[in-house]
Design a protein around this ligand. Structure first.
Ligand code: ADP
Ligand code: MG
Length: 652
């Protein structure tokens, strides 16, 4: 007699909770020896499947002990039980339980994927097994393209994939016609001759007649256990086929392989449910897209301002009346005057300085009317801003103070007032006063002025004394000498003017201070966007979680099958996590692409709205979507991994 490899002692199994508790198995004692071919028969509902599931470590008994070899299964961790299902047992189910989206050979390979077998080896073995079972032409067929008998043969190949020392077959012929049924039975007998231990459940006496040992179960108890002398016992034959422990992958390639496997599964699941996947992603797509766009817009806008500021020059300081930038009352302060300007010009760090008096009003030439900004400045103004003359000349320092009725116009004014003639020496009317044009500026962009507005520059004395009658100046613009730090210059201007005025009734704007206030504004803006981003991504994440939960429920049977052939909890967990991460990353990438597309479209349709994308924000977007995948995929994945294999299998 060969050794006992499975031993059940006083196994009881009940279903339901305390009040509605039903005992299905009432104490089963059973020993199975290596190499036996055992048939279990009995009426429907007598507990055959329940017993098989306990033997196969898919289910646990309520009472009693079950030894596999000399190990008590009661003490085993889920992963150890999974390892038994994977390497020791091979399951064959009445309804085949193949994975519908995998081909025959892929189905056969599932147990060895979890066993981390080398890919080439598992492929060749699966084809070998399928050919042995007469399916060499069907290796690439999906289960739906195979007949029942063929599907059952695929599932036999799967049971043998990792060795299948003990084959558990629960009504393997139950769903087959008699011809396919006897074919399957012949295969099982052959396997038994090769040394596989086979336990099968059947209610067909003709099938049971092929077994050497027949156990009858009725109402949860073993009624009889007899030897069928017509069938030879192969137990003691010395022909055990031992499946050489296959070439295993090292840790790193095992990790890569299982990742690739899970990733392929994820992509297949996503493609199979295209519409749903897209809708799931939508939240992430919109979230990522809006964030990337708004960040690009903010960057674009601040780039634009910075460009403006650099055209203003880095060493100009504008002094204005009022307490600080944006002071509403600054118009009422009339404290800056021409004497301040003279004092400033005496300072060693001042290269040039110009007052500005600004107004706007009607300009006329012949019968052409237009509204222009009229700037009263000194000759040094042009130097401060580095303006270039295209035709004619600037006014000089003498003219600046003598209030002659002359002016310099910009290119836009020339185009408007002098469409057909040369302006130099011609007379225009500025707010009713005649002004002779002496120069035209080049068409260069000037900081903080609109390109499409008309600008006319006249000596400040002319504007103050002759045109608008005003005795204070709007602002003073100072250009500091190279080599003087702007901060030092600002500090000494402050103390100088404070002394003169007796209080600080002015403020300064330099490229430095503007930069600072821009970066503050951008900072606030960024915080605001981040808050919106977090909310929209949170909503997207909840969508992903919702769909993943649905997916786990929908694919419970698949999870059950995978667990039955030996998937560990972490295998199931990573499969679903990788799926949710993939959904989120693809969503994130789509969001990024869409925002780049938006940028492109805006670039052509509305070039004034600058979008400036940064690699940084794109990377952050993708990483964030990945994090969402992990965070919101975790709970569904854990739910899947914690499923009880037998409950999962029972689900349809
Ligand atoms: P068999 O395979 O011999 O037809 P089963 O082992 O499937 O019988 O079932 C035995 C009994 O246990 C049946 O009465 C069935 O209703 C009950 N049963 C099986 N599974 C469950 C379950 N998950 N919950 C409650 N009752 C169950
Ligand atoms: Mg059954």
């Amino acid at each position: 007699m060969s050794e006992v490899i499975l031993s059940l002692k006083g196994i009881k199994k009940s279903y339901g909770s305390d009040s509605a508790r039903v005992e299905v198995l009432h104490g089963i004692d059973l020993d199975i020896r290596r190499g036996e071919l055992v048939a279990i028969i009995g009426p429907s509902g007598s507990g055959k499947s329940t017993l098989m599931n306990i033997i196969g470590c898919l289910d646990t008994p309520s009472e009693g002990s079950y030894f596999v070899g000399d190990k008590n299964t009661f003490n085993m961790q889920p992963d150890e039980l999974a390892s038994l299902r994977r390497g020791f047992f091979g399951f064959i189910f009445q309804r085949y339980h193949l994975l519908g989206h995998l081909s025959a050979t892929e189905n056969v390979q599932v147990p060895s994927v979890y066993a981390l077998t080398d890919k080439a080896q598992r492929e060749s073995r699966s084809v070998e097994l399928l050919s042995m079972l007469g399916l060499e032409n069907k290796t690439q067929s999906k289960p739906s393209e195979l007949s029942g008998g063929q599907q059952q043969r695929v599932s036999i190949a799967r049971a043998l994939m990792n060795g299948g020392q003990i084959i558990l077959a629960d009504e393997p012929t139950g769903a087959l016609d008699s011809k396919s049924g006897s074919e399957v039975m012949r295969i099982l007998s052959d396997l038994n001759k090769k040394g596989h231990t086979i336990i099968m459940v059947t209610h067909d006496p003709r099938i049971a007649a092929h077994a050497h040992r027949v156990i009858t179960i009725a109402d949860g108890k073993i009624e009889s256990d007899r030897i069928n002398e017509d069938v030879p016992d192969y137990c003691d034959c010395d022909n055990h086929e031992s499946f050489e422990s296959s070439k295993k992958l090292n840790i790193i390639s095992a990790f890569v392989e299982s990742f690739k496997e899970a990733f392929t599964m994820a992509i297949r699941a996503m493609v199979a449910n295209r519409m749903r996947t897209l809708l799931t992603m939508l939240g992430i797509i919109i979230g990522i897209m809006s964030v990337v766009c708004v960040v690009a817009l903010a960057r674009g806008a601040s780039d634009k301002v910075i460009e403006n500021i650099s055209s203003m020059g880095t060493n100009t300081i504008t002094i204005m009346p009022g307490a600080k930038m944006g002071d509403m009352r600054s118009g009422r302060f009339r404290t800056l005057n021409v004497k301040d300007l003279k004092a400033l010009k005496g300072q060693p760090y001042v290269d040039s300085a110009s007052p500005t008096v600004q107004n706007s009003g009607l300009v006329q030439k012949g019968n052409i009317d237009a509204t222009a900004t009229v700037m009263g400045v000194s000759d040094e103004y042009f130097r401060v801003y580095g303006m270039q003359i295209a035709k004619g000349r600037f006014f000089n320092s003498y003219e600046s103070v003598m209030a002659p009725q002359i002016g310099v116009i910009d290119n836009m004014t020339k185009k408007t007032l002098f469409p057909f003639e040369e302006p130099i020496g011609k007379r225009i009317f500025v707010m009713g006063k005649p002004i002779t044009v002496v120069g035209v500026l080049t068409d260069k962009e000037i900081a903080f002025t609109r390109r499409d507005s008309l600008n006319i520059y006249v000596p400040y004395t002319t504007l103050m004394n002759r045109i608008i009658k005003q005795n204070y100046i709007s602002s003073i613009i100072v250009r500091t000498k190279d080599g003087f730090s702007p901060a030092v210059a600002e500090a000494s201007i402050t103390s100088l003017l404070k002394n003169r005025h007796g209080r600080k009734d002015f403020f300064m704007m330099s490229s430095d201070t503007i930069m600072k206030s821009i970066s503050e504004t951008t900072g606030t803006f960024t915080v605001l966007i981040s808050a919106i981003a977090v909310i929209s991504l949170l909503v997207g994440g909840i969508g992903v979680m919702n769909i993943m939960l649905v997916s786990v429920t929908e694919r419970t049977r698949e999870i059950g099958i995978r667990m039955a052939v030996g998937a560990r909890e972490r295998d199931i967990m990573s499969q679903f996590l990788i799926e949710s991460v993939t959904v989120c990353i693809v969503g994130g990438l789509l969001g990024v692409s869409l925002s780049l597309l938006t940028g492109l479209v805006l670039f052509y349709l509305a070039p004034a709205i600058p979008l400036s994308f940064s690699i940084g924000s794109i990377i952050v977007a993708v990483v964030t979507s990945m994090a969402i995948g992990v965070a919101f995929g975790y709970a569904p994945a854990r739910k899947a991994a914690r499923l009880n294999p037998i409950d999962a299998l029972a689900r349809e």
